[in-house]
Design a protein around this ligand. Sequence first.
Ligand code: ADP
Length: 448
Amino acid sequence: APQNYDVVVIGSGGAGLAAAIQAHDEGARVVIIEKMPTIGGNTIKASVGMNAAETRFQKIKGILDSKELFYEETLKGGKFKNNPELLKEFVELAPKAIDWLDEHGIQLNDITITGGMSIDRTHRPADRSAVGGFLISGLVKNLNQRNIEVLLETSVEEILCDNGVVTGVKVVDEYNDSRILNAKSVIVATGGFSANREMVVSYRPELDGFVTTNHKGATGSGIAMLQHIGAGTVDMGEIQIHPTVEQTTSYLISESIRGGGAILVSQAGKRFYNEMETRDKVSAQIIALPEKSAWIIFDDQVRSGNKAADEYIAKGFVISAPTPHELAVKLNMDQETLQTTLGRYNECVIQQKDEDFGRTTALRHPINQGPYYAIRIAPGVHHTMGGVTINLDTAVLNEQQQPIQGAWAAGEVVGGIHGANRIGGNAVADIIIFGILAGRNAAAMALR
Ligand code: ADP
């Protein structure tokens, strides 16, 4: 017999969990469906933090910021392709989402910066650990407190409609049994499609052979299911490659390493670009190098301020040495050239001016305290900016821009917010902001 819910949430990443918690608190009977054996989706891999402007925590730290500037910098980073209305809403609701998390016991009160931003507005845990694990464990605590039902290893195969109105979903569980769950509202929070190579290559043939930073579940099934019931899509070809991915493990090296003061150096031992430029531009410069890869180089001052660095060392892909000379030997790099590069960069830090590459942010401190560290990196497929179209209420829109009744979407499955390039720290903001909104609106409609 079919089971009845008010709201079915598909996907247990940040967007799905925030949506489920909010929908529950609005009084809805909620279930979360997750095809993987564990909760957290690709969100659990998020590293750097959550962007927001004019937050309580920025004020405490005396950081002057404005929503207007956040909007402009995100629009510029997205090559002016972002949906302006969605972006405006995103910027407006971001500080409220930071407060929502805080009220749910998830405090992001340390603040750093990412490429393409001019101000410290990337919120992260006080201990500077990766934001993803912290966020998911905090959200799971909230699920447990509320006894929200989660069906793991259960995949939604189809969103059911009657006369253009959503009536529920068809799921297949771990035993391959299929069932119908009835609901007036279905929130699709299935994430992006970076791990679906065929789909990636169908939009961007030149990305064939690239590794991905994403978890296996990032297959884009939510986009296909929504298209099947008439949803429109936007920006499907806008696929982000992240510049700094360790190639043997596909492990993403957080932007917080560069944000903490690291530089990028070619095999020739030279800097080649402004490390704090947006991901698309930095990636293009790395691919243009003869080796198509580069080294992230940092010293012990960067390491000591960043838990992620310790994690990379523990994972065994950091090469370290007590002096730059010894590091160069290990990297098979010309010692003099690396020494000159470091000397010149350190001069930039002292002057707070980078005449070579125009880096203006995160000129934190000279790279001069051993041990010195290096990680070999190259770009990998990281984020799919495109996805289904939604309105300002997170209702999924059909090709004629009309809402499909009962269909809601939030998170990476949605297109339009980030335009042609997503800024680091904006994905976590996106999933929380629009997850909360989807939960609220989906519950209100189902309970009407
Ligand atoms: P976001 O960052 O937008 O919250 P995530 O990638 O973190 O997205 O999470 C999306 C989750 O949705 C993943 O855990 C993924 O396994 C799950 N998922 C994707 N497609 C389906 C499906 N058809 N049925 C159930 N779960 C799905």
